[in-house]
Structure formats: C-alpha cells, structure tokens
Design a protein around this ligand. Structure first.
Ligand SMILES: [Zn+2]
Length: 165
C-alpha cells in the first residue's frame, strides 16, 4: 500500500475522515501542528495518509493506516528512536489512534525492534476522531521533549543497552 506524503496543509483531512465533523477536522489539524512544532529538526515535517483507507478496507495483510507520522530522531549510527502517531483500522474494523516509541533491539536474542512505550485510543461512542487524535498527539509531543537517545528509552524499558555484536 503506497502512502501519500506531504506537509499537514497538503493532507485532505475531510476526504480521509469522511465521518468527522468540521470541529473534529480542525482539532486533528491543530494537534498535527503541535506535533510539527515539537519536531524542530525536521525542515519539512511530513505526514503520511492513504485515501484507500478512508473507509475500512476489510481484513487484509498489513495494518491499514489512514493517517499518521513516523518521527525519526536521527542521531547517527542507525540507532535512533522512532516516535509514531497513527490513525489506523484494527482487524475487526475499529478506528484507533496509536502512538508508540520504538527502538532497535540489543537483546541477546534479536527481536529487531521494541515498542518501549505505547498508547492506543479507540474512536467511537463518546470519543470523537478529534478527541482521540488530540490525546495521541499530546503523548507524542511529550515523548519528543524527552531525550532522543535510544539507550535512554531502552533503559526506561529495562532493555539491554547497545553493544557491539
Ligand atoms: Zn529485544
């Protein structure tokens, strides 16, 4: 699935969230701008979206992401934390906001990556798209204010630090 990419002003929010109210769309855009303001090192902060996932595409291989961002804290050496914020469909067709911090694994057994912190919020009765996205975005902005060092995050999750394999 190819994702479109662009700055927040390029994102066709009303098309990818046809069920959202104008107030909700405004909330999503404001929260996305707050995320952009927190990633000061990105000269052109981009977002990703998939028009094909505006409605639930049905159970399919991979995760149907509607809209989101993967903020990589480049620190050299290819060992940087990634901060993800995504609106996606679960296997059973529920729209959720998912936010996570992901780091490379340096365990004896190679797990590739670990989500060292994560939250997931369901959109639905009592929680609008805008409200759920605001909570996820606030969490992401909080993480982006923490050290952008992968060993800091591994230590917080009681995972082994980086070593030479
Ligand atoms: Zn591991």
């Amino acid at each position: 699935m190819t994702m479109s990419r662009g700055v927040i002003d390029d994102v066709p929010l009303s098309t990818i969230f046809p069920q959202a109210s104008a107030v909700d769309l405004e909330a999503v855009q404001q929260a996305a701008r707050a995320v952009d303001a927190a990633r000061t090192w990105d000269e052109r902060p981009e977002w990703e979206w998939a028009l094909a996932h505006a409605v639930f595409p049905g159970a399919s291989p991979g995760t149907p992401v509607v809209f989101g961002v993967d903020v990589v804290a480049y620190s050299g050496g290819g060992d940087q934390p990634e901060f993800l914020l995504q609106m996606l469909w679960t296997e059973d067709g529920r729209l959720v906001v998912s936010a996570a911090v992901s780091v490379a694994c340096w365990c004896e057994t190679d797990h590739a990556t670990h989500d060292v912190d994560a939250i997931e919020l369901a959109v639905g009765t009592g929680t609008s798209i805008g409200q759920a996205f605001e909570v996820g975005a606030e969490r992401l902005v909080g993480w982006l204010a923490d050290p952008r060092d992968a060993d800091y995050w591994r230590d917080r999750a009681a995972l082994p630090p980086r070593w030479e394999r």
